[in-house]
Design a binder for this molecule. Structure first.
Ligand SMILES: [Fe+2]
Length: 263
């Protein structure tokens, strides 16, 4: 059984469309899920939510989803870089004001976590638990350098046992580690990778009653179309360069944060 998981899409419609077309073309995917952060940073929040819903792709609530849905004061994003921190506030205000009532309602209805039993609850086989950040908060970053003990603590909160899988995102960087037989998988980001690789992508879980295989698939997409959409919007122009460079460069370090243009 093959399950595809889509990491942080962040309103990048060209990237999402490319991933969905790739999944359709391979023809061996039994189910597709997302792990939240459907909106933010790119100019297609409503189209992204509509496409995810039209395709019947279930998923969980990212910090961006829950805070936009509630018109909260802050997206819960954290940046070491003060410049990116300032820009993130601009993106959040833009997204709150450009996301429709219907889309906000859909974002607000996303569950905090999802537990899958791909082989049925009556049969042996792995459980797969989806969360955005961690099982306690969707704003906590679960980076690859977290200790094995941290992973064990999170696994206990999700009642995971050897052979089970948890998939999460939020950091926009893929990684996979096995601790005590439990698979910990960061799905990376469909629409805003931060690992220096601007390609989009997804995670494929290949599951049998006793085996778990994890594959990170990266796909080129029309990043220039995504960048052009940002430049044509009133989002910070620097997000276009961010996408083109896979999150490694957004603007010269000495230039001030760009303020949003008025529409
Ligand atoms: Fe995110």
């Amino acid at each position: 059984m093959n399950i595809a998981i889509l990491g942080d899409i962040h309103a990048n419609l060209p990237a999402l469309e490319t991933v969905l077309a790739a999944l359709d073309a391979r023809g061996d995917i039994d189910a597709t899920y997302h792990i939240g952060d459907l909106v933010g940073y790119a100019p297609w929040p409503n189209e992204t939510v509509a496409l995810i819903n039209a395709r019947g792709i279930a998923g969980v609530s990212g910090n961006y989803d829950s805070t936009v849905a509630l018109n909260y004061k802050h997206c819960g994003c954290t940046y070491d870089d003060a410049r990116q921190e300032a820009l993130s506030h601009l993106s959040f205000e833009w997204t709150k004001s450009h996301t429709s009532v219907d889309a906000k309602r859909a974002l607000g209805e996303l569950p905090f976590s999802l537990t899958l039993r791909p082989f049925g609850g009556h049969a042996a086989g792995p459980s797969v638990v989806l969360v955005h950040g961690t099982p306690t908060l969707n704003t906590v970053y679960w980076h690859a350098d977290r200790s094995d003990d941290f992973c064990r603590q999170m696994a206990a909160l999700m009642s995971l046992k050897a052979g089970d899988v948890t998939v999460f995102g939020h950091t926009h960087k893929t990684w996979h580690r096995v601790v005590d037989g439990i698979h910990f998988v960061n799905a990376g980001s469909v629409g805003r990778p931060k690992d220096g690789d601007p390609r989009t992508g997804y995670v494929r879980l290949s599951l049998s009653a006793k085996e778990v295989e994890v594959e990170f698939v990266r796909i080129p997409y029309d990043v220039h179309a995504a960048a052009a959409g940002i430049l044509a919007s009133t989002l910070p122009n620097e997000y276009a360069e961010y996408l083109r460079t896979g999150g490694t460069r957004s603007a010269p370090a000495d230039s001030p944060p760009q303020l949003p243009r008025t529409e």
